[in-house]
Design a protein around this ligand. Structure first.
Ligand code: ATP
Ligand code: MG
Length: 269
């Protein structure tokens, strides 16, 4: 069994001690991992239906990564087959003027899942302690208070019935270089290349430091962070599928009871 607790953040974390190339939680080969991922996908599909039918829990899956870290690919592969009407993806880009006029959690709260729903955050409120901190978009006196706000905000969601799973896709700087180069080399990928990504790349070390702080300060029992080594996409997909399936299974969800007299009910012609 894939031990997801090994990827969970508990206290301080040193990202340079976690190998983005690592695959040690899996003892089979790549083909076996891919086969299992397909199976997990079917389980996830059934779990999502149960989540909706039971109508009791809300599920929030937060995805963060450096540029080209694989957020879109993860969403495509891991949620492949899950009923699209049961899952929403909310992507958070640079805030609009209206969003900036409010506190940074305002736009986030509006997208949190309702009962029976699963929502994936492609980037999230963590940008407000990542890019915002690294580029100094607000002073330290402002961003440094945000870890506590975020922990409290997430606790509020948890107390009101939300299950929160947070994943950082951990790629190496070299892997990012190759993926960005690929976006330059392949005409059908050119559209994905954003010259601005190079600005963030230059600040890699600062981003890692900001990630380490965010992970250490906001990984809680109820809203844990997982650092998933993500250079190898097959391992990343397997690990995240396991995290989602194991977390949803731990909710022990049940279908609601059938209507009374269902056995005697005859559908009229
Ligand atoms: P891809 O990885 O495919 O490039 P993306 O998620 O990077 O997709 P983009 O539209 O390229 O999507 O970038 C969104 C940008 O918005 C990112 O640079 C991100 O850091 C930035 N952003 C998100 N939230 C905030 C925020 N609260 N404040 C400032 N910038 C933000
Ligand atoms: Mg981008």
């Amino acid at each position: 069994m894939f031990d997801i607790s090994k990827l969970r953040v508990d206290g301080k974390v040193k990202l340079d001690e976690i190998d983005p190339q690592d695959t040690t939680e899996w003892d089979g080969d790549r083909a076996e991992a891919e086969a299992l991922t397909v199976e997990l996908n079917q389980r996830l599909e059934a779990l999502q239906e149960l989540l909706y039918a039971e109508g009791k829990h809300k599920v929030l899956f937060v995805l963060q990564a450096m540029d080209a870290g694989g957020k879109d690919g993860t969403i495509r592969h891991v949620l492949d087959g899950v009923n699209p009407s049961g899952v929403k993806v909310a992507s958070f880009k640079a805030p609009s003027k209206k969003e900036l006029a409010h506190d940074y959690l305002w736009r986030i709260h509006a997208h949190t899942p309702g009962t029976g729903e699963m929502v994936v955050f492609n980037r999230s409120h963590y940008e407000d302690v990542l890019i915002v901190r690294v580029l100094g978009l607000v002073p330290k006196s402002v961003w440094s208070k945000r870890y506590e706000h975020i922990a409290n905000f997430e606790q509020l969601l948890v107390d009101e019935g939300t299950t929160i799973i947070k994943v950082m896709l951990h790629i190496s700087k070299e892997e990012q270089r190759e993926r960005l180069q690929d976006r330059l080399d392949k005409p059908h990928k050119n559209w994905k290349f954003d010259p601005g990504d190079l600005v963030h790349r230059e600040r890699w070390a600062d981003y890692m430091e900001a990630f380490e702080d965010a992970l250490a300060k906001t990984s809680t029992k109820d809203a844990p962070w997982y650092v998933v080594p993500a250079n190898r996409k097959w391992y990343r997909n397997l690990a995240i599928s396991e995290i989602l399936v194991q977390t949803l299974e731990s909710l022990n969800m049940e279908f609601p009871p059938a209507a009374p007299d269902i056995a005697d009910t005859v559908i009229p012609d």
